[in-house]
Write a new protein. Structure first.
Length: 385
């Protein structure tokens, strides 16, 4: 069975057990899961003031992760006179970027794709060119994702982008110009880039193509070298349900599990359940790690499409709202590359055709809840993925 047909089958398989068994327990919750990642816990960078009052620019970018920041940088490099403002609801690196494992990957879950064969090389090249200090390990293609986001923010500001943090967009008027509105501010722009990945459906953008799926991540206390080496062999196995890496201090970072919350929920109300599932997966594949407790734990939403590959699209009265997302946990390098593609589209340069492919359209609730959780539950069990 291919990935594009999977959610349809998952919806049928899960209908009674999932929805009638308790979907109503997860009716809309407007809270967001805070970022408690290992990376952010080591120290936060200063945060810019929020936008206040009424503003207008040539290009507005929503989202302070790698896609949004890369887009803003490349847009200014291609069009130096463009007035660009980037608005981030919390702080740069708050979303999936700063909660990731900091692992750079080429391609997508499906494999190599045209134009995405060397997204790792593109990302490390950008880091070198911009002089970003993010603990880059070139051998293992790993970095500190929060430091990377902070470095991209500094580069964007150096390029002339105005970056506003603590500026949450709550309404998008999709006319021409587009008008963004939030608490105490409004922002008009003839062109808008929405780069919020799993947070996108709550903005009313790409809701049929992308959904937020929460995953759990943990960092252990320091482990002996032999235990670390053995675990790295486990996570290197493509059949493993656990992904991970070593982080400073001889600690092991691991992630596993997925869950969708009703109505594109962004708050992980079952955080402890995800972490218990992660520990079960970890200790079943490497029992000796059972004696090492977690020192840091966190979760949060990533963006997923029906076939687990990212998509690019356009919305609005004149297709003047562009978006890219749905990286399905492989967004650090791909999202960086996507920023250049999105900026190029403003100049009439098309990205690779596969990003415009037709994908499975997620239905509205309650079928959305049934289908997505039916799929991710089988993924959690290792029956598909």
């Amino acid at each position: 069975m291919d990935r594009r047909q999977f959610l349809k089958t998952g919806a049928l398989a899960a209908t009674g057990a999932v929805y009638f068994g308790g979907a109503h327990l997860y009716l809309s919750d407007e809270r967001w899961t805070p970022n408690q990642s290992y990376w952010v816990s080591r120290g936060r960078a200063p945060v810019n003031p929020p936008m206040e009052g009424d503003h207008s620019v040539d290009l507005a970018v929503i989202g302070g992760g790698v896609t949004g920041l890369s887009t803003a940088i490349h847009a200014r490099e291609m069009m130096p006179n463009l007035r660009v403002a980037l608005v981030e609801a919390e702080y740069v690196g708050y979303g999936a970027t700063g909660r990731s494992g900091g692992i750079l990957d080429n391609g997508t879950w499906v494999g190599a794709r045209s134009g995405a064969e060397d997204t790792v090389g593109f990302t490390t090249g950008l880091i070198d060119r911009l002089g970003i200090a993010c603990d880059l390990d070139r051998v293992n293609s790993e970095l500190d994702p929060y430091k990377y986001a902070v470095g991209l923010k500094a580069a964007a500001e150096g390029a002339g982008v105005r970056v506003y943090e603590g500026t949450r967009v709550v309404d998008i008027d999709k006319g021409n110009p587009v008008q963004l509105a939030g608490d105490g501010f409004s922002l008009k722009a003839p062109r808008v880039i929405v780069a919020t990945n799993g947070y996108m459906p709550k903005l009313g953008v790409a809701a049929e193509r992308i959904c937020p799926v929460h995953t759990g991540v943990a960092v252990t206390t320091p482990v002996p070298d032999e235990a670390a080496s053995a675990l790295l062999r486990v996570v290197a196995n493509t059949e493993s349900t656990v992904w991970g890496r070593e982080v400073p201090g001889k600690r092991m970072l691991m992630g596993a599990g997925a869950e969708y919350y009703y109505d594109n929920g962004l708050y992980d109300s079952r955080h402890r359940d995800l972490l218990r599932a992660l520990r079960r997966s970890m200790t079943s594949e490497y029992p000796d790690l059972a004696s090492y407790p977690y020192e840091f734990t966190w979760s949060g939403p990533l963006g997923m499409t029906g076939d687990q590959e990212p998509v690019i699209g356009a919305e609005g009265r004149d297709d003047n709202i562009l978006y890219c997302g749905g990286y399905t946990a492989l967004g650090l390098a791909m999202g960086t590359r996507a920023g250049q593609w999105l900026a190029g589209m403003l100049e009439g340069v098309d990205p690779p055709d596969w990003l415009f492919r037709e994908t499975f359209r997620f239905p509205g609730e309650p079928l959305r809840y049934i289908g997505v959780n039916g799929a991710v539950n089988l993924m959690n069990l290792g029956l598909w993925g």
